[in-house]
Design a protein around this ligand. Sequence first.
Ligand SMILES: Cc1cc2nc3c(=O)[nH]c(=O)nc-3n(C[C@H](O)[C@H](O)[C@H](O)COP(=O)(O)O)c2cc1C
Length: 352
Amino acid sequence: MVHYEPARLFGLPTPIIQAPMAGTATPKLAAAVSKAGGLGSLGIATSTPEQARAMIAETRAFTDRPFNVNVFCHETAARDAAVEAAWLQHLAPLFSECGATPPETLNDIYKSFLVDDEAFRMLLEMQPAIVSFHFGLPPVDRIRALKEAGIRTMATATNLREAKLIEEAGIDAIVAQGIEAGGHRGMFDLDAVDERLSTGVLVQLLARQTNLPIIAAGGIMDGKGIRAMLELGAAAAQLGTAFILCPESAANDNYRESLRSERASSTRLTRVISGRPARGMVNRLIEYGEQEGSPTPPPYPVTYDATKHLISAAVKRGNHEFSAQWAGQGAPLAREMPAADLVAMLIKELQD
Ligand SMILES: Cc1cc2nc3c(=O)[nH]c(=O)nc-3n(C[C@H](O)[C@H](O)[C@H](O)COP(=O)(O)O)c2cc1C
């Protein structure tokens, strides 16, 4: 049996983290998880600083337990009108199926935390217990300022090189995200070769070769999975897909239906939905966009803007075939129950 000491990660009573999931995790979900003894998280990458401030305040209204707030640190998209036009032209037949035409132009819809001074000031002011970074790291002076405000920090690594950068930057813990994980892959450099390490291998590697607490993320769906990761050297486990079916998540009915169906057993890591590799349940947009001869999608989040236009045209006709339904390889193992019950079950399974 694995014995968990709260000191292993920020004094948390259990080693269970509900992953930040921009657009899917809600204040109700994060608060329910934190209240039940886990660590809830909010993903604010697709929210404005004002929306994020309201989400943090709402979570606080539900609980005084600590929770995590997550931001994206991607390089601002290098715009290329020809690439964007080619992508829109490629999507034109899908728009036409929905009785629509592609937009004339695309936009950089989500500001990176790297250039979002307002989001930085908002976090300093709101002081969530923990802030985590995905896709890279903010400048060291910003990390220092957050820490001086009493905020603990975490950042995602998909390989040892990124983990070393995280350690050098003075971050407090590393989220080791394996290839199984649902949602966006946190890789820093999209041009670097991706070794696509599994969560188990990555956790062992980082536990041996860094001095920071390691949080395992990717494919963990129950207490046994958490226990296995603790045995491999993790200080805690971060679960995303396992929480999507909770009634407190923002997942819509169609997303839930897909997760309960056969579709859950087919996920793919793809750039065609957002412009960055992300794992979701296979749909027509993924299949179409990855066909041989397809042009390269524009960088994140410009491709996402095209997808959002397509989704809104499709959904008006009751068609969900183009929707982004992020999920990890463990999706068929997801269980449907309120978040507090799920955390209680995970704790029980972890101890059995
Ligand atoms: C719907 C969804 C949205 C996600 N959004 C974010 C996010 O906003 N920030 C982030 O750091 N990770 C995000 N992730 C990735 C998770 O942090 C985590 O790495 C992943 O869920 C772990 O794999 P699992 O889904 O198999 O549990 C998301 C994952 C999912 C499933």
